[in-house]
Design a protein around this ligand. Sequence first.
Ligand code: KIV
Length: 278
Amino acid sequence: MRVTINEIKEMKRREEKIPMLTAYDYSTAKLVDEAGVPLILVGDSLGMVILGYETTIPVTMDEMIHHTKAVVRGTKRALIIGDMPFMTYHTSISDALYNAARFIQEGGAQAVKLEGGEVVAETVRRIVNCGIPVMGHIGLTPQSIYQLGGFKVQGKTPEAAGRLIRDACALDEAGAFSIVLEAVPAPLSKLITQKVSVPTIGIGAGPDCDGQVQVINDILGLFTEFVPKHAKQYAKLAEIIRTALTDYATEVKAGSFPTMKQSYTMDESLLKELVNSA
Ligand code: KIV
């Protein structure tokens, strides 16, 4: 049985911190699940760390569904959240419901995430009313990168901080089961966390959120183009992979890989027969 949204909400009540990670493929998702992480986000960060786009904006529903299916196949226990791509929930409520339903029905996810506060609150309410759990996402919302003017910390002025508090309350009110706070000053995250009834999940939002989310490629040291200030590298896998790949290429060129240990043998008499008839 997978983790439920009620168990996640219960964790806030028990003051038990909630770990969450992104995953985009079967093998990695399996490892994350086996590590006991209860929430896995198939983030649209897929676009940047897996597909090589400069932003998350080009990511499509079909790409997200393809990767969500793989993550679902690799997991047994974690609750899987599909990240709704740019403009797939803004054009109309019916588009939002249709695309949210695709994540659940085709992708096999148990919840969806979408970016925005007061502006998307009615959409959140309508998706939740259809029985699909929704995770909100406010602060730095990468799908609005051109409007925000870059990957910057949000909520730094009194107006912006007030707006974020209102956004969080609107999502809570609309029935979101949790809210991601991205690049929000730590004291403001703490205030929001105390104000809303559902768990806050921080990324670059300080230690007082109810949970934390990270992009898996960042914490494993796999994405080397830049390391965000909020990420801690628990491993430097890019270096390990680079060494392994160079060793492989060197051994193939030198003829030292494969040896007979990595080869298959055949029946001696059959071999003699083949040699004789050749
Ligand atoms: O797409 C993503 O990975 C995200 C997380 C950073 C919250 O939205």
